[in-house]
Write a protein that binds this ligand. Structure first.
Ligand code: COA
Ligand code: AMP
Length: 635
């Protein structure tokens, strides 16, 4: 018997224009579209072509106009500073309009890029919404990235203004941002015309005269700015994500399609209603933060929680339950790694018993595969449905998920269940044929992709085509491998490229290899992601040193570890490296990273037919053991 999910799914594929036009009624448009789906310039599809809108208006103004002004809009909860602040819809609108006024005086207008390099403070969300209000394009850079990564993004996005803060706060240290910002601007070829700096009381810093504007001072005299009409197809933001080289990819998202998809997802996937409290424990520097801390909950009239803290250590493994009970959170979304961290410290879930969790209905997990143990633990201890769902920076919102607002399917550990309406997910072999059920292949999605999917890569249309569309004509290649079972449940097994997922953070091993190769004593190197019980994966570097290298192996290892921290950032968690004599390769010279990874993770592997010298594989395990890594010990 068909259910609401089946009907929605069928309709979304049979008549996507009608399906999404219906969903688009939930958004206030300044001018209606000429065409729901413009496919006149394939493979660049555009949703709601001809329409005009403003994302900030839909997130804030219209709720105030419709009587939601006094409702809590954003709760900033910061155990690391011991502070909390609740903004009502009217108050957040006021703060955003004023800050948009500040940006306006800095000459920021429609289409200008603004980089936001900020910790998890309410002002980060205010800055994003202020850009949206002016039609400017924001690009948020995660605080755990080093100055060099920020510099690369400055050169690619060429921002008129950078918005930052004096510091970020980790569990037991304060991170001064100004040295990072200054160094990034020094390194970058492009220079912003000004920076707006939020001076935090936890760390004051000297601002650069003539360049920096003090946030608090500027807001005092700012005139509130109104909403600029933008085309639905205009970019709302650029979000850089790891690609298959060290060069990050600037994922470009539009205004109209993004709003329609996110708004639709709130009820149909997450089953929340306007007025409910929704909490995504992530960071505004990641896509989860963009979509589900800032835009989706506000577009839907929910209360969002912006949490500056960790699952453990701020102050203990009960931190999440405190937030849920104090703010009456109905739905929470985080990464499995956070739950593994909690489970490790509080295996019996004793902290949970100290809090009133009666308002909590559903936990959603994404960012990496949810291992069945963690899923089971969360279900047992919380007694709510635990929903694994799969998506990517590129998709902007879930591709495969149990759609809790349509029809809740049976949860099967290891699978995020079925494709979300709008996403025609297929599992393909190398010749672009569909695989039989249960057989692993490349997970691909038939074009056209639904609203909310990336438009292109910033200033890199050809790279967009080459990266995502060229290999399987007519499909988007997700770069994840997996299978679909007889019931249509998908399982996501592994990446097919060099991306690894460390504590739910997406990183490129290719990018790390570029840094290692930059060390003067390193002749050749390989970085692979090995299994880790807490963070899912950890990078490990294998180094071959130049003949005549003057430094000891230990010194080179220590230096490359520091280099990755300095160039990519602490978030890479690159702490394991080992010097080896040779790397396993094919006869044509390609390093067998996949086989190395299987050896490290103690998985079965086939001896590659093209291997140059099979004896070298034996050395990989020994090398890993010599630096204290082995799956057996990693428990
Ligand atoms: N600014 C500066 N440094 C940061 C940072 C930030 N915003 N975020 C992380 N770091 C640093 C950490 O302090 C740590 O530094 P260290 O090497 O000096 O210890 C390093 O980067 C690695 O961070 P992380 O991998 O996050 O480890 P952790 O030990 O600090 O925390 C978890 C582990 C599991 C608690 C944490 O990763 C977590 O909560 N993950 C949830 C993931 C998530 O939200 N993913 C988003 C997608 S949903
Ligand atoms: P990001 O772009 O940072 O969101 O990372 C996207 C990648 O994370 C995906 O391509 C997957 O490899 C992985 N991922 C995200 N969610 C899941 C999930 N629920 N199950 C398995 N892998 C996931």
């Amino acid at each position: 018997m068909s259910n609401a999910y089946d009907e929605a799914y069928r309709k979304s594929l049979d008549d996507p224009e009608e399906f999404w036009a219906e969903a688009a009624k939930e958004i206030d448009w300044i001018k209606p579209w000429d065409k729901v789906l413009d496919d006149s310039n394939k493979p660049f599809y555009r949703w709601f072509a001809g329409a005009e809108c403003n994302t900030c208006y839909n997130a804030l103004d219209r709720h105030v106009e419709q009587g939601r002004g006094d409702q809590a809009c954003l709760i900033y909860d910061s155990p690391v500073t011991g502070s909390q602040e609740t903004y009502s819809y009217s108050e957040l609108l006021d703060a955003v309009a004023k800050f948009a006024g500040v940006l306006y005086t800095q000459d920021v207008g429609k289409g200008d890029r603004v980089i936001i390099y900020m910790p998890m403070v309410a002002e980060a969300a205010i800055a994003m919404l202020a850009c949206a209000r002016l039609g400017a394009v924001h690009s948020v850079v995660f605080g755990g990235f080093a100055a060099n990564e920020l510099a690369v993004r400055i050169d690619d996005a060429t921002p008129k203004v950078i918005i930052s803060a004096t510091c970020g706060i980790e569990v037991n240290r304060t991170i001064p941002y100004m040295p990072l910002l200054n160094s990034a601007i020094d390194t970058a070829k492009h220079k912003p015309s000004s920076c707006v700096i939020l001076v935090r009381p936890e760390l004051e810093a000297e601002l650069v005269a003539g360049r920096d504007v003090n946030w608090a001072e500027a807001v005092k005299t700012a005139e509130p700015a109104g909403c600029a009409p933008v085309a639905a197809t205009d970019p709302l933001y650029i979000l850089y994500t790891s690609g298959t080289t060290g060069e990050p990819k600037g994922v470009v998202r539009d205004n109209g399609g993004h709003m329609v998809a996110l708004k639709w997802s709130m009820k149909n996937i997450y089953n929340v209603d306007p007025g409910d409290v929704y909490w995504a424990a992530s960071d505004v520097g990641w896509v989860v933060g963009h979509s589900y801390i800032v835009y989706a909950p506000l577009l839907h009239g929910c209360t969002t929680v912006l949490y500056e803290g960790k699952p453990v250590g701020t102050p203990d493994a009960g931190a999440f339950w405190r937030v849920i009970s104090e703010h009456k959170v109905k739905v929470m979304f985080t990464a499995p790694t956070a739950f593994r961290a909690i489970k490790r410290e509080d295996p019996n879930g004793d902290f949970i018993k100290q809090y009133d969790m009666s308002k909590f209905e559903t936990l959603f997990l994404a960012g990496e595969r949810t291992d069945p143990d963690t899923l089971q633990w969360a279900e047992d201890k919380l007694s709510v449905p635990v929903i694994d769902h799969w998506w990517q920076t590129e998709s902007g919102w879930p591709i495969v998920s149990n759609c809790m607002g349509l029809h809740a399917f049976e949860v099967r550990p290891g699978s995020p269940t079925k494709p979300v309406p709008g996403w025609d997910v297929r599992v393909l072999d190398d010749e672009c044929n569909e695989m039989s059920r249960d057989d692993i292949g490349s997970i691909s999605i038939k074009l056209p992709l639904p609203p909310g999917f990336l438009l292109t890569l910033w200033k890199a249309d050809q790279r967009f085509i080459d990266t995502y569309l060229a290999e399987y004509p007519g499909y988007y290649k997700t770069a994840d491998a997996g299978f679909m079972d007889e019931d249509g449940y998908l399982s996501i097994m592994a990446r097919t490229d060099d991306i690894i997922n460390v504590a739910g953070h997406r990183l490129s091993t290719g990018g790390m290899e570029e840094v290692l190769a930059g060390h003067p004593d390193v002749a050749e190197c390989a970085v692979i992601g090995v299994e880790d019980q807490l963070k899912g994966q950890l990078p490990v570097g294998f180094l071959i040193l130049n003949v005549g290298a003057t430094k000891s192996n230990e010194d080179v290892v220590a230096e490359v570890v520091q280099l990755v921290r300095d160039k990519i950032g602490p978030v890479a968690v690159f702490k394991l490296a080992v010097v080896v004599d040779r790397l396993p390769k094919t006869r044509s010279g390609k390093i067998l990273r996949g086989t190395m990874q299987k050896i490290a993770d103690n998985q079965d592997y086939k001896m590659p037919a093209t291997i140059d010298d099979p004896a070298i594989l034996g050395g990989i395990d020994a090398a890993l053991q010599s630096i204290g890594y082995s799956i057996a010990r990693n428990t």
